[in-house]
Design a protein around this ligand. Structure first.
Ligand SMILES: *Cc1c(COP(=O)(O)O)cnc(C)c1O
Length: 856
C-alpha cells in the first residue's frame, strides 16, 4: 500500500538522522517494555482487543514515565535552590497535543518511532488519537502555552496557573454553510498527562459580608466555600531535563455544601446541588477579545486567583530561607522571591486578593501590603478594543466579593490622592483615571486597577505598546512613565517549526546545524544561500510536499480537489470584524468577477483557505462565516472557474489544525485595521514556515517587515495615523464604494443575493455594515489591498524571486521566538536571569559538576 510505503520511508529517514548507539537500542527496548506493561496493567487490554486509542494511551503513559523522574527532580531542585519563582496566571492555556511535543523535548522521538515500528504500529496514527487540550480561544491562550515551553527551556523556576475546564473551546462543525457548536468533551477518555493532587486542595470563598475584626481591621465572614482541586501537568523544557509544572484548578463541592437542605431532610437535593459549585470549572467562555460580564465568569476568575495565591504564599512560606526568619520579615522578601504575571486583566483580582491576604490574614499594614503587592505583580495588556476591556459592575462584586470591592475602593481612593498631588486641580484627569466608573451602572475598570497595582505594564508589540502610552492609557503613562514597557510576542520554534515541519527543519539543519531550535536568531545564517539553486530547490520541494499533504487531507476530509500548483492563500484566526475576513472575501469575489469577465485571460491560480471559530453569540461573525461558505459554493461549482480558483472553509481551526496547515502556506493574510491587532502570533508562525505575508502595518507585522525588509513582504493600506485621522475627519464608505467599480460590484452582489439566490436578503446586513457602520474601515483599504494582491500574483510567477523572499522570511524570523520574549520578561520585569544550563539527568549525580556539564 502507498501509505505503508511512505511510512517506511519516513521511518528510514528518522532512523538515519537520529543519534544511535547502545543508548538508542536500550531506549527502544525500554519503551517497548514499558508500552506493553501499560497496555496490560494501565489499560487492561491485550493486543487482540486493543484499539488505536489504547495504543495511544499506552505510548503516552510510557512517554510520561520517561518524564516523571525529571519532573520530580526539577521540583525538588527548585525547592532546594530556592530561586525566584515566576507565576504565569492565565484564564487560558491553549496547549494542543502533548505527545509529540513531549517526545521531541525529551529527545526520545526517534526511539519511540522505532519502538512503535517494531511493534507494527503507525505512530502517526496513534498521535491522531490525542485530543487537543483546547483550554483557550486564540492568540492569548496560545501565547501562554508558548511561554510555558520557553520558560522551561530557559531554565526558569516557572509555574503556569489556570483552570482545568471540563469543556474546552467548542468544536466547530460547518453544516449547510453555517457554524454549529459542539461541546468539547476532551476528558471523556481521560488525560494521560495530568496528575490530580487532592492532598493540595484549597478552599475558595464567595459571597458573605465584611465586618470589623475585634482585633482591629476587617474580616470577610459567612462565606460559601468551594474547594479547588489541583491537577498538575508536566511542562518539559527542550532537552535540558527541566520539567516545570502547569497547575490547573478544578472546582469541587465541599462535603458540607448546601448542608441546609440536608438538615431539611432533602438529602438527594443536597447531593444534586453539589453540581452548582462544581459548575465553576465546567466550561471555557468562548469569547475572544470580548467582555461578557457574566457572574459565572467572575467566579472563574476569582476561583483561579484565590486558589493560586494560596499556593504561592504557602510555597513562599515553605521555602528554605523562609523558615529561618519570623513571618513578618519574611513577607518583606515576597517580591524578591515571587513574580506574578497577569495575562490580561482576567486574573487581575490577584491584586486585591494579595492585599486581603497580606492585611487580613498576615496582619501587615496597608502601606506595607501595597508596596509588596505592586512590587510582585506585573500586567500584560492584550487589546485596546473597548468591547474587550473588563469592567465588572460594583453590584456583582459587592455580592460575590464584598471584601475585595472594599479594598478596590480604598486602592482607588489612595491612588486618586496621588493623582491630585501630581496634578493638583486637574479634576477632569481625576475623573478619567478613577478605576470606579460612575457613568451609568457603577463599574470597576480592571485595566486601571491592574496598572495601579503593578510595577510593570506591557503591550505585546512595539506599535501596541506605543498606542497604550499615547492613547488608551495616556493618563496612566503620564502618572507612571517608568512602568510602561514593550514585550513583543513570540512563538516556540519547537512546536511551530521542529514539530510541525520536520522536512523544513531538516533542510535548515543541513545548512546550519541544529542549535537554531534554542537560538532562533541563528536562522539569519540562511541568507548566505538565498541565491543558491540547490537550496532553493530544497525549500521549494519541502513546500510542495507540504502542500500535497494538505491537498490530500482536504480531499479526503471535504471531497474537494485542489490544484497543488495554485497559491495556497491562508487566513486562519478567530473570526472577528477587526481581523477583516470580509476584506479577504471582497478579494475572492473580485478574483471571481475577473475570471468571469475574461475566462481565457491570464490568471495565477489560487486556493484561498479561511478558517476560524466565531464566538457563539457574535452574530455578525457567524454571518461572515456563512458568507464565505456561500461564496465558496458559487466559486467552486462554476465550471468557468475550473481549477483557477477554489475557496475552502477550514472547519474547526485549532492548534492541531494550525500545525497541519501552516507549513503548506504560500501566502499568509494578516490584514487587520492598523491599530487593532495588538500583536498577532499567527503571522509569526507563517513567516517561520516560509510563507510570504500580505498585511497591514499592524501589531507584530510592523516588526516582521522591519526584520525582513519591506521588499520581502506585501504591506498595504492605512497606517495607524491614517486610521486615526480618518476617524477624526469622519469615515464615508460610500466615497470608496462609488469610486471603484470592482468594489461596487462586489458589495452589490453581497447585498442583492448573488451568493444567496434562495434568500436574496441573507447578506444585506453585511453590505449595510460595510457601507454604513464599519468600525474597521474595510472599504478604505480595498483598493490598496487588491493592488497588493496583484503584486503577489506577479511575484509568484517569478518562482526564483518568491523563493528568495521566502528564505528571507525564514532567516529573519529569529526575533519572534518566545525564548527571546521570555528572556526579556525575565530580565526587565521579573528580575531573573535565564539559564541555558541543563539540570542533571535523573541517573546523574545532582552535584554542581553534573550541573555545568552541558551548560553554555
Ligand atoms: C496562533 C494561533 C492563534 C492566533 O492567531 P492570530 O492570527 O494571531 O490571531 C489562534 N488560534 C490558534 C489555534 C493558533 O495556533
Amino acid at each position: 500500500m502507498a501509505s505503508q510505503c511512505v511510512r517506511d520511508e519516513e521511518h528510514e529517514r528518522r532512523k538515519q538522522i537520529s543519534v544511535r548507539g547502545i543508548a538508542q537500542v536500550e531506549n527502544v527496548a525500554n519503551i517497548k517494555k514499558t508500552f506493553n506493561r501499560h497496555l496490560h496493567y494501565t489499560l487492561v487490554k491485550d493486543r487482540n482487543v486493543s484499539t488505536t486509542r489504547d495504543y495511544y494511551f499506552a505510548l503516552a503513559h510510557s512517554v510520561k514515565d520517561h518524564l516523571t523522574s525529571r519532573w520530580i527532580r526539577t521540583q525538588q531542585y527548585w525547592y532546594e535552590n530556592d530561586p525566584k519563582r515566576i507565576y504565569y496566571l492565565s484564564l487560558e492555556f491553549y496547549m494542543g497535543r502533548s505527545l509529540c511535543n513531549t517526545m521531541g523535548n525529551l529527545g526520545i522521538q526517534s526511539a519511540c518511532d522505532e519502538a512503535m515500528y517494531q511493534l507494527g504500529l503507525d505512530i502517526e496514527e496513534l498521535q491522531e488519537m490525542e485530543e487537543d487540550a483546547g483550554l483557550g480561544n486564540g492568540g492569548l491562550g496560545r501565547l501562554a502555552a508558548c511561554f510555558l515551553d520557553s520558560m522551561a527551556t530557559l531554565g526558569l523556576a516557572a509555574y503556569g496557573y489556570g483552570i482545568r475546564y471540563e469543556y474546552g473551546i467548542f468544536a466547530q462543525r460547518i453544516r449547510n454553510g453555517e457554524q454549529i457548536e459542539e461541546p468539547d468533551d476532551w476528558l471523556r477518555y481521560g488525560c494521560p498527562w495530568e496528575k490530580a493532587r487532592p492532598e493540595y486542595m484549597v478552599p475558595v470563598n464567595f459571597y458573605g459580608r465584611v465586618e470589623d475584626n475585634p482585633k482591629g481591621g476587617r474580616r470577610w465572614v459567612d462565606t460559601q466555600k468551594v474547594l479547588a482541586l489541583p491537577y498538575d501537568n508536566p511542562i518539559p523544557g527542550y532537552k535540558n531535563n527541566v520539567v516545570n509544572n502547569l497547575r490547573l484548578w478544578s472546582a469541587k463541592s465541599p462535603v458540607e455544601f448546601n448542608l441546609r437542605f440536608f438538615n431539611d431532610g432533602d438529602y438527594i437535593q443536597a447531593v444534586l446541588d453539589r453540581n452548582l459549585a462544581e459548575n465553576i470549572s465546567r466550561v471555557l467562555y468562548p469569547n475572544d477579545n470580548f467582555f461578557e460580564g457574566k457572574e459565572l465568569r467572575l467566579k472563574q476568575e476569582y476561583f483561579m486567583v484565590a486558589a493560586t495565591l494560596n499556593d504561592i504564599i504557602r510555597r513562599f512560606k515553605n521555602s528554605n530561607f523562609g523558615s529561618r526568619e519570623a513571618t513578618r520579615t519574611n513577607m518583606d522578601l515576597l517580591p524578591t522571591k515571587v513574580a506574578i504575571q497577569l495575562n490580561d486583566t482576567h486574573p487581575s483580582l490577584a491584586i486585591p486578593e494579595l492585599m486581603r491576604i497580606l492585611i487580613d490574614v498576615e496582619g501587615l499594614t496597608w502601606d506595607k501590603a501595597w508596596e509588596l503587592t505592586v512590587k510582585s505583580c506585573a500586567y500584560t495588556n492584550h487589546t485596546i478594543l473597548p468591547e474587550a476591556l473588563e469592567r465588572w459592575t460594583c453590584v456583582m462584586l459587592q455580592n460575590i466579593l464584598p471584601r475585595h470591592l472594599e479594598i478596590i475602593y480604598h486602592i482607588n481612593h489612595l491612588f486618586l490622592q496621588e493623582v491630585h498631588k501630581k496634578f493638583p486641580g486637574d479634576m477632569d484627569r481625576m475623573r478619567r483615571m478613577s478605576m470606579v466608573e460612575e457613568e451609568g451602572e457603577k463599574r470597576i475598570n480592571m485595566a486601571f486597577l491592574s496598572i495601579v497595582g503593578s510595577h510593570a505594564v506591557n503591550g505585546v508589540a512595539a506599535i501596541h505598546s506605543e498606542i497604550l502610552k499615547t492613547d488608551l492609557f495616556k493618563d496612566f503613562y503620564e502618572m507612571f512613565p517608568e512602568r510602561f514597557q514593550n514585550k513583543t510576542n513570540g512563538i516556540t520554534p519547537r512546536r511551530w517549526l521542529l514539530l510541525c515541519n520536520p522536512s523544513l527543519s531538516d533542510v535548515i539543519a543541513e545548512k546550519i546545524g541544529e542549535t537554531w531550535t534554542v537560538h532562533l536568531d541563528q536562522l539569519v545564517q540562511l541568507k548566505k544561500w538565498d541565491k543558491d539553486p540547490a537550496f532553493h530547490r530544497n525549500i521549494q520541494t519541502v513546500k510542495q510536499e507540504n502542500k500535497m499533504r494538505v491537498a490530500a487531507f482536504l480531499e479526503t476530509e471535504y471531497g474537494v480537489k485542489i490544484n497543488p500548483g495554485s497559491i495556497f492563500d491562508i487566513q486562519v484566526k478567530r473570526i472577528h470584524e477587526y481581523k477583516r475576513q470580509l476584506l479577504n472575501a471582497l478579494h475572492i469575489i473580485t478574483m471571481y468577477n475577473r475570471i468571469k469577465r475574461n475566462p481565457t485571460g491570464k490568471f495565477v491560480p489560487r486556493t484561498v483557505m479561511i478558517g476560524g471559530k466565531a464566538a457563539p453569540g457574535y452574530h455578525q461573525a457567524k454571518l461572515i462565516i456563512k458568507l464565505i461558505c456561500a461564496i465558496a459554493n458559487v466559486v467552486n461549482n462554476d465550471p468557468v472557474v475550473g481549477d483557477k480558483l477554489k475557496v475552502i472553509y477550514l472547519e474547526n481551526y485549532r492548534v492541531t489544525l494550525a500545525e497541519k496547515i501552516i507549513p503548506a502556506a504560500d501566502l499568509s493574510q494578516q490584514i487587520s485595521t492598523a491599530g487593532t491587532e495588538a500583536s498577532g502570533t499567527g503571522n509569526m508562525k507563517f513567516m517561520l514556515n516560509g510563507a510570504l505575508t500580505i498585511g497591514t502595518m499592524d501589531g507584530a507585522n510592523v516588526e516582521m517587515a522591519e526584520e525582513m525588509g519591506m521588499k520581502n513582504i506585501f504591506i498595504f493600506g492605512m497606517l495607524w495615523d491614517d486610521v486615526e485621522k480618518l476617524k477624526r475627519d469622519g469615515y464615508d464608505a460610500n466615497k470608496y464604494y462609488n469610486a471603484n467599480p470592482e468594489l461596487k460590484l462586489c458589495v452589490d452582489q453581497i447585498a442583492n443575493g448573488f451568493f444567496s439566490p434562495q434568500n436574496p436578503k441573507e447578506f444585506s446586513h453585511i453590505a449595510d455594515i460595510l457601507l454604513k457602520w464599519d468600525r474597521f474601515f474595510t472599504l478604505a483599504d480595498f483598493d490598496a489591498y487588491i493592488k497588493s494582491q496583484d503584486k503577489v500574483n506577479e511575484t509568484y510567477l517569478n518562482q526564483e524571486l518568491w523563493t528568495r523572499m521566502a528564505i528571507h522570511n525564514i532567516a529573519s524570523s529569529g526575533k519572534f521566538s518566545s525564548d527571546r520574549t521570555i528572556a526579556e520578561y525575565a530580565r526587565e520585569i521579573w528580575g531573573v536571569e535565564p539559564s541555558w544550563e541543563k539540570l542533571p539527568a535523573p541517573h546523574e549525580p545532582s552535584g554542581t559538576d553534573a550541573n555545568t556539564n552541558n551548560g553554555k
